[in-house]
Design a protein around this ligand. Structure first.
Ligand SMILES: NC(=O)c1ccc[n+]([C@@H]2O[C@H](COP(=O)([O-])OP(=O)(O)OC[C@H]3O[C@@H](n4cnc5c(N)ncnc54)[C@H](O)[C@@H]3O)[C@@H](O)[C@H]2O)c1
Length: 258
């Protein structure tokens, strides 16, 4: 897949960059010329990702191991991006977890963890990035929500509630920070084949044949297709777009026939 975005001279930070959608976003940003800080909990996965991406553009990747739920870590990662590139232009605020279970059985700890990572972590990273961007003339933040922030499915109370909160958070930050030249948008992926969905398939919580039959596009999305939609939101091509959630789901959330 080719993209025509040019991020030469820009510095981006991607969370959840060791795997799945975050890794695809990092790859796409790198191919488009950006310098990157890759942020993830998984230090080994990050080292592998950075090694792969440094082959695309040598010495353009810096891994940072930490949790988006740790305020000091997210601040340090944003400061590192500024040190490396002189500013922080783009944040793909992407790390997230599932936490799916029937609501009658959902453990309090699973619920709290999903809120902590998907909502509080997303806010803390956006806040830290927003502070840096406000001091440096602006930037673009792209939160990863989900089509399940817009429509619902059973056994996903924690996931749907936290992703809907990310959609709302995106609107609030966008209107607060528009006058500081900071755009805040969200991407709302449908089903995409990544480690997260593989785990749900292994747990018997996802039926791939049923998903392919349900989605109007007839197939799951690819991480690259989500990454290029996120790149549009990061780029100047979307300069007048803020507060929006771009749902990239092969038509899933528009379809309500059978
Ligand atoms: N895969 C899909 O079908 C799909 C659909 C809609 C939305 N999403 C969203 O896309 C995002 C990425 O999902 P994915 O499918 O690539 O998942 P994934 O599990 O492949 O990757 C998630 C990455 O985030 C990291 N991570 C988890 N918790 C973290 C934390 N507290 N701090 C820092 N890093 C952390 C993990 O180590 C992992 O590398 C998530 O927000 C997810 O909810 C995915």
């Amino acid at each position: 897949m080719t993209t025509s975005f040019d991020f030469t001279g820009r510095t981006a930070l991607v969370t959840g960059a060791a795997s799945g959608l975050g890794l695809a976003m990092a790859r796409a940003l790198s191919k488009s010329g950006a310098r990157l800080v890759l942020f993830d909990l998984d230090g080994d996965g990050l080292a592998k990702a950075a090694a792969e991406l440094n082959l695309i553009r040598p010495d353009s990747m810096t891994p940072f191991t930490g949790s988006i739920t740790d305020q000091s870590a997210v601040k340090a990662a944003c400061d590192l991006a500024v040190e490396l590139g002189g500013g922080l232009d783009i944040v793909m605020n992407n790390a997230g977890i599932a936490g799916n279970a029937p609501s009658l059985d959902l453990e309090e700890s699973v619920w709290r963890n999903a809120v902590d990572v998907n909502l509080t972590g997303t806010f803390l990273m956006a806040q830290a990035a927003g502070r840096v961007m406000a001091a440096n003339g602006g930037g673009s933040i792209i939160n990863t929500a989900s089509m399940y922030g817009v429509v619902a499915a059973p056994e996903r109370a924690a996931y749907c509630a936290t992703k809907a909160a990310v959609v709302a958070l995106t609107k609030v930050l966008a209107i607060e920070w528009a006058d500081r030249n900071i755009r805040v948008n969200a991407i709302g992926p449908g089903y995409v084949r990544t480690a997260l969905t593989e785990t749900l398939v292994e747990q018997g919580r996802l039926d791939l044949d049923a998903l392919n039959a349900r989605v109007p596009a007839g197939r799951l999305g690819t991480p690259e297709e989500i990454a290029t939609a996120a790149l549009f939101l990061a780029s100047d091509a979307s300069a007048y777009v803020t507060g929006q959630t771009l749902v990239a789901d092969g038509g899933w959330s528009s379809y309500s026939y059978l």
